[in-house]
Unconditional design. Structure first.
Length: 120
């Protein structure tokens, strides 16, 4: 929340001609030892950061949505693309969570058919 989409969107608004701040989401899983972190504290931190993001987005007046960073490999990455991708990224995580929960239910109740619920 703090180091990727919000930072990159703000960066694209303010200095699209400069390189994007580096990120390493996959590497952070290990280097920050995400698995050892307290789940409830982590969720609270995320929700606090998300609230700050929403407040920041609401505070924007006439943001330059067409500003674009020219990425050497991906080409132009606009502010509007970062916002849309931010939302899409959330939806991908919601899909992952739903899939995990569905499969948990499927394996937790092997004697119960889930066909009545509909096709997965």
């Amino acid at each position: 929340e703090r180091e990727d989409f919000r930072t990159r969107l703000k960066h694209t608004f303010e200095s699209p001609d400069q390189p994007l701040p580096p990120i390493d989401p996959k590497g952070w899983v290990t280097s920050r030892d995400y698995m050892a972190q307290d789940f409830f504290q982590t969720v609270k931190k995320f929700l606090d950061e998300r609230m700050q993001s929403v407040e920041w987005l609401r505070s924007l007046e006439n943001p330059p949505w067409k500003n674009a960073h020219r990425h050497p490999r991906f080409g132009p990455l606009s502010a509007e693309m970062f916002l849309a991708s931010w939302l899409a990224h959330d939806y991908l995580h919601v899909r992952q969570i739903n899939r995990l929960r569905y499969h948990y239910l499927l394996h937790a109740t092997p004697e119960v058919s889930l066909r009545y619920a509909g096709e997965w």
